[in-house]
Write a protein that binds this ligand. Structure first.
Ligand code: ATP
Ligand code: MG
Length: 389
């Protein structure tokens, strides 16, 4: 097409009006086709000139990276892009005349977490750099899938290993407990003056054995297959019950609670006993993240085929390194944490066919978003009467 246009331009003076009209018509159609191709892409494309002024972009570009209305036609792209973090990255990269591929950004737009991969590439025309091409791809699904796979793998390997180890530990612990009772019996029968202090020492040992036992039981509980019993439940009632439960702790930690519950959330199929554990773990983590007080916001949103539950705190936040590990069994950054809370949360949510995502910024806070499927009306009717399925 370009060659054809160049040839036409050469003999422009020899062409009559109809011929010029035809050429312009062809050009317009060609242009339109290119626009359609660009607008049909899922990835965002922005083209800027050598001064960084936006020349064109496709629809996906504007959907992924919403633009502020430009003050003037010659506004630089970094002044037009709404997201500050990405705008700053693009400004720096363009000014340093670098080309960078696949830099990822996590956006927490209206609570749903999105991961965008941005590439800044030189636009080369006839061997000369004529501007820059920005390529934006939404990799949220891809990253979520990878994370799910990693979690599922680590959970599966933990399950096999842990069940064996826990049993092995439980047996000697049982035996130690029995022998402690036997020693106590002997002491009871003896008249020795040291019996009293020995009894005290034995009591300490017995307490520690109990503690070990409960750790092992917790452990088994975390890894065993769950017998989830779904029933029609009022999610908001469960939330209210759990926030009442921690009311005193919230007051003591100077944390303000904000509930923003969507009235249209329908009855959900939940195992209430397990789901309360999800809530309590997320709430407790939020409390731990706000040692100097802050705001705990719990919100729900009905999206017709799914319900979102968000637990947001204004606490210490997490680095991206930490975010990648938090669902791993036994990962904790707290001195008194066991690191099993979120493993359990993840497992329970998966048993409910749901999913969980996290967005966090160090020093600003974190949001855990739980996504739960809403049962189809048919399933709903079959499962009604509170019976389990
Ligand atoms: N709301 C949050 N803000 C900041 N960091 C968090 C938040 N929630 C979880 N984390 C991080 O994730 C880690 C793992 O959380 P998880 O609930 O699995 O274990 P834990 O809270 O350390 O111990 P426990 O088993 O007692 O819950 C925490 O140690 C913390 O580093
Ligand atoms: Mg926890």
């Amino acid at each position: 097409m370009r060659k054809f246009v160049e040839r036409a331009l050469h003999k422009l003076s020899k062409l009559d009006l109809d011929q010029i009209r035809n050429i312009l018509g062809d050009l317009a159609r060609e242009n339109e086709r290119l626009e359609v191709v660009l607008d049909s892409m899922n990835d965002g494309v922005f083209v800027v000139d050598t001064d960084g002024v936006l020349i064109m972009n496709n629809k996906a570009g504007e959907r992924l990276l919403p633009l502020k209305s430009a003050e003037t036609d010659s506004s630089r792209i970094w002044n037009v892009i709404g997201d500050k973090q990405i705008a700053a990255f693009i400004e720096k990269t363009l000014q340093d005349q670098e080309s960078l591929r696949d830099r990822e950004f996590t956006l927490d737009a209206s609570g749903s977490v999105r991961v965008l991969s941005v590439s800044v590439l030189p636009l080369v025309q006839k061997g000369k750099i004529e501007g820059t091409l920005l390529h934006v791809e939404d990799v949220s699904e891809k990253r979520a899938r990878e994370a799910r796979l990693r979690r599922a793998e680590s959970l599966a390997s933990l399950t096999t290993l842990a069940a064996g180890v826990a049993h092995e530990i439980k047996n000697p612990l049982g035996s130690i407990g029995i022998h402690l009772q036997l020693v106590n019996k002997v002491l009871d029968a003896s008249e020795s003056s040291e019996a009293e202090s020995l009894r005290e020492y034995l009591e300490v040992i017995a307490e520690e054995v109990d503690r070990l036992n409960s750790i092992v039981v917790d452990f088994l509980f975390a890894v065993r297959p769950m017998d989830i019993q779904l029933q029609d439940s009022d999610l908001h009632e469960l939330i209210q019950e759990m926030v009442d439960f921690v009311g005193y702790e919230l007051d003591a930690a100077d944390i303000e609670l904000v509930l923003d519950l969507d009235e249209t959330v329908p009855a959900m199929r939940l195992d209430e006993k397990y789901f309360k554990q999800v809530l309590i773990n997320l709430i407790k983590n939020a409390i731990h993240a706000m040692p100097d007080g802050g705001e705990l916001r719990i919100s729900t949103e009905n999206r017709s085929d799914e319900v979102l539950l968000r637990v947001r705190d204004t606490g210490i936040g997490m680095s991206s390194d930490v975010i990648h590990k938090i669902f791993e069994p036994y990962y904790t950054t707290r001195d008194d944490g066991s690191g099993i809370g979120l493993t359990l949360v993840y497992k329970i949510i998966r048993e409910h066919m749901g999913d969980i995502a996290v967005a966090s910024e160090e020093g600003k806070g974190s949001t855990f978003t739980v996504c739960l499927p809403v049962p189809q009306r048919e399933q709903h009717l079959i499962g009604w009467n509170g019976d389990t399925t």
